[in-house]
Design a protein around this ligand. Structure first.
Ligand SMILES: NC(=O)c1ccc[n+]([C@@H]2O[C@H](COP(=O)([O-])OP(=O)(O)OC[C@H]3O[C@@H](n4cnc5c(N)ncnc54)[C@H](OP(=O)(O)O)[C@@H]3O)[C@@H](O)[C@H]2O)c1
Length: 334
């Protein structure tokens, strides 16, 4: 298979049309298998995936160390193709708690120094604050990343979960390659204002949660318990009646998937891919099996009739429950 590619923004790098999100290999979705995680990263690189996404706070450094190990043990040609996108800024405590965001310029440089060390690389390909620090103007945070670009420690500036006004202010400070933000069949909030803004400014979208944390993957059932430390226990869409309502949407999608000879996850990923060349879905696969299924989405072509059937099965706003709980919604600008 030849991997399809897309370009991140008008100034950014060329990347594979699907990126691999590595978060679940270290945090939030219960236990992950280290050897299988590394094998999944290797399999992704082998298949032509070039974009690996992480955050320095995923497993409090664990995810960057894991990616570093996977890159070191990959064949040189694959390692050299890999582009690593890193989020920073989330403050953690030893109990695993979260205590806000730090976007001060000195903190940005400090975070970057530790990330370079943990990843074992001499530069980070795309660097972004995970959430806006309400006490620091975005110009200062982005300005500090731009200084790291000048010094060669970072290649491109990205953004994460910010709204149209912040995007404009950031883009007036430095060239922005991409905005990372949740976008899926059941999370379409960016379509009103954010997507027109990124398109006007020549900024791409790296879409996360394209399976709504697995909810619309076709693999979740209401009787499959989540591990106690799985953060989906706290996501409104996975709760009680909301879950049942949302799984009914998945069943409607499954009928379309069966007609197309594809899986539900492949239809959900292919739908995001179909939204535009400026959109790169990040898939949160933690095993080679899930990765293989996700990559199959690249072979699914959705024509006008398919897209209409999908819209009918899952109309905009069809999901029950917000995409995050109230405390986390307070940190996003959408
Ligand atoms: N910027 C931000 O604020 C932000 C926030 C969250 C995530 N992200 C990034 O985006 C990446 C993806 O996000 P996500 O993991 O939350 O979303 P996701 O891709 O919607 O969900 C991943 C979950 O879906 C399950 N799944 C079921 N079928 C799958 C398949 N065929 N392929 C892949 N996964 C399948 C996985 O399964 P199993 O449980 O079976 O492994 C995993 O639990 C993250 O890894 C992270 O890098 C960014």
């Amino acid at each position: 298979m030849t991997m399809q590619t897309r370009t991140l923004g008008s100034t950014g790098p060329q990347v594979s049309a699907l990126g691999l999100g590595c978060m679940g290999m270290s945090a939030l979705y219960g236990e992950a298998d280290r050897a299988e995680s590394i094998a999944t990263i290797h399999a992704a690189l082998e298949a032509g995936v070039t974009l690996l996404d992480t955050g320095d706070f995923y497993g409090v450094g664990h995810n960057e160390l894991l990616i570093g190990e996977a890159l070191r043990s990959a064949p040189a040609a694959r390692r050299e193709q890999a582009l690593v996108s890193v989020k920073f800024g989330a403050l953690r405590d030893p109990d695993g708690g979260w205590s806000g965001y730090d976007g001060r310029p000195a903190a940005v440089k400090n975070f970057a120094a530790y990330s370079l060390q943990r990843l074992g690389v001499d530069h980070i390909d795309v660097y972004r604050i995970a959430r806006l620090d309400p006490d620091v103007p975005i110009e200062e945070t982005v300005g500090a990343i731009a200084e790291l670009v000048e010094k060669g420690y970072v290649r491109h500036v990205g953004l994460s979960e910010v709204g149209a006004e912040t995007i404009r202010r950031a883009a007036a400070t430095a060239p922005i390659a991409d905005l990372q933000i949740e976008y899926s069949l059941i999370s379409r909030g960016i379509e009103t204002e954010i997507l027109p803004t990124t398109r006007e400014l020549g900024i791409s979208v790296t879409a996360y949660g394209v399976l709504s944390r697995g909810l619309i993957s076709g693999h979740v059932t209401s009787d499959r318990p989540l591990a106690a430390n799985d953060f989906r226990n706290f996501l409104p869409r996975f709760q009680g009646k909301n879950l049942q309502h949302n799984l009914n949407l998945v069943e409607a999608l499954r009928k379309i998937a069966e007609q197309k000879g594809a899986s539900v996850a492949q239809i959900a990923i292919a739908w995001v891919l179909s939204r535009g060349e400026d959109i790169v879905p990040l898939v949160g696969a933690r095993t080679r099996e899930r990765l293989g299924e996700s990559l199959g989405a690249l072979d699914v072509t959705l024509d006008t009739a398919d897209l209409a059937a999908i819209e009918e099965a899952v109309p905009p706003g069809a999901a029950a429950g917000e995409r995050y709980g109230a405390a986390q919604m307070a940190h996003v600008e959408l």
